[in-house]
Design a protein around this ligand. Structure first.
Ligand code: ADP
Length: 334
């Protein structure tokens, strides 16, 4: 039977959860953020107070949710999860806040997508540990102030720049997560292979790591696909041949670019003759949301030197043409 995409997502989520490091010491890479966080957490433990609110900024799959869970487990607190898009009305947030217990860690994913009224309620709660619960409707509505126990908000965002200053200022500390080095992803893969009881050769680990777009989530996902290939078509061992074959099946190229990356690059080079082109126009050309193009595809393409962001729009670099095996257009006659 075919899996529905919801079922497939559920399986991916479960596989991901199983591979999450539980302690800060198990968290690979991101030295700076790890040091900062360990200081904040140790100090909080010594003071017997919940840690200051923490904002985590970085692209998808770089470890924000994992770190939020680690914050809770390192201080022995309960974790509650929600997200900006899940909170439609201020009332939804009021309900969450009024059930928060002392020391809880409240994780808010995609916090930049909170609606305005919820945002204002949140920064009051973060600053004064207070929430105004509105009872009744219309002219008879009254706001009843409710004191909250001390707790910690961990916010995650792919776009720290989108957070309004008043909200950003309520966080005691912001950790910026960057792409991982290949050697760090090799460590992630080695650990994951051990947990999955997969036999992964070091050469195959290096191959997968170098094609994972600097992102642990992608590395782990590709590992599972390589393991699938090894089991079904190979010898059972995830070796370098299995890795190359599986990555070809899943359309990951030698540089780690996936379908979306190549789609963006191709549209930019072929359709828009190398640009400059605006984000919105580019997104329409590849049939994606501008936010997806901007937060998922572009940061990696920029880091790889394949595209550049200019004030007039996105432009393809000489390397982009070379990567697609195309000739850049001749400069116009002068
Ligand atoms: P985000 O919330 O930033 O989208 P997640 O925290 O959900 O990312 O991480 C995605 C996957 O990558 C998880 O399965 C997690 O186990 C793994 N992962 C992320 N960062 C690390 C890390 N530093 N070390 C080991 N595994 C990691």
């Amino acid at each position: 039977a075919q899996l529905t995409s919801a079922e497939a997502d559920e399986i991916e989520r479960a596989a991901e959860a199983a591979l999450r490091p539980r302690r800060l010491a198990e968290f690979v890479g991101q030295r700076v953020v790890r040091d900062q966080l360990s200081l904040v957490l140790e100090a909080a433990l010594a003071r017997r107070r919940p840690p200051d609110h923490v904002l985590l900024a970085g692209g998808p799959g770089l470890g924000k949710t994992t770190l939020a869970m680690i914050v809770a487990s390192e201080v022995g607190a309960a974790l509650r999860l929600t997200s900006g898009p899940a909170i439609q009305h201020a009332g939804d947030l009021a309900a969450i806040l009024s059930s928060v217990q002392e020391n809880d860690v409240l994780f808010i994913d995609e916090i930049h997508r909170l609606a305005r009224p919820a945002e204002e309620m949140l920064y009051l709660a973060m600053e004064d540990f207070r929430v105004d619960v509105v009872v009744g409707k219309g002219a008879g509505a009254t706001a009843i102030p409710l004191a909250l126990p001390p707790f910690t908000v961990v916010g995650a965002t792919t776009r720290a720049g989108l957070l309004p200053a008043p909200l950003r200022d309520r966080f005691g500390f912001t950790g910026y997560l960057d792409f991982y080095e290949v050697a760090e992803l090799e460590q992630v893969l080695e650990r994951s292979a051990r947990l999955l009881r997969a036999e992964l050769t070091p050469a195959a680990g290096a191959e997968i790591a170098s094609r994972s777009r600097g992102t642990p989530r992608i590395a782990n996902r590709l590992l599972r696909r390589v393991q699938d290939w090894a089991q079904v078509r190979g010898s059972g061992v995830a070796d370098v041949d299995a890795a190359r074959a599986a990555l070809e099946v899943f359309e990951v190229d030698e540089r780690g670019l996936d379908r979306l990356d190549r789609g963006v690059l191709r549209a930019l080079c072929v359709r828009f003759r190398g640009g400059p082109v605006g984000l919105g126009t580019l997104a329409v050309a590849v049939g994606e949301e501008p936010e997806t193009v901007e937060t998922v595809a572009e940061p990696f393409l920029v880091r790889e030197g394949l595209i550049a962001r200019t004030p007039r729009g996105r432009v393809a670099t000489a390397e982009a043409w070379a990567h697609l095996g195309l000739e850049p257009p001749a400069p116009p006659d002068t």
